[in-house]
Unconditional design. Structure first.
Length: 147
């Protein structure tokens, strides 16, 4: 621990910066994911609180909060990546809700999942589409009808 010119220790400064990143991340996470994001953080509290901290501080405080992409664009990219990865259905469910929260429509989402089939294959696109169907049903957004 070293003393800075202002009389604070580097540990204090690092702790303050860590908390600032977390606070910024929680504000972004809550705005985008609502209760879904909070549930993820709470679910990690007794098994890996540092992972929860990093998801919030780094993922949402440092990256997601950057102004270079609008939240709806970030969610569209995230949906494509989670679809391509496959096996991420719980995270896909959270981000489908987030996509709706930030202004993507069910038609835009299903079109993106159709587009993903070209690059990731039908099984992954189908799995993602069935997660979307669950989310849309929970929110009363079925049937999805293109304009």
């Amino acid at each position: 621990m070293t003393m800075t010119a202002t009389g604070t220790t580097t540990a204090t400064t690092e702790a303050a910066l860590r908390q600032e990143r977390f606070d910024r991340g929680m504000e972004t996470l809550t705005r985008v994911d609502g209760e879904g994001g909070q549930r993820v953080v709470e679910a990690l509290a007794d098994i890996n609180p540092e992972l929860a901290h990093q998801v919030v501080a780094w993922g949402f405080g440092d990256v997601y909060s950057r102004p270079e992409l609008a939240p709806r664009d970030r969610q569209l990219v995230t949906l494509g990546m989670l679809t391509a990865l496959g096996g991420c259905e719980p995270q896909l469910e959270v981000h489908l809700n987030a996509a709706l929260n930030v202004g993507l429509t069910p038609v835009e989402i299903t079109e993106a999942l159709l587009h993903a089939a070209v690059y990731c294959g039908f099984p992954k696109a189908l799995n993602a589409t069935f997660v979307a169907k669950k989310v849309f049903a929970e929110r009363g957004l079925l049937p999805v009808t293109p304009a």
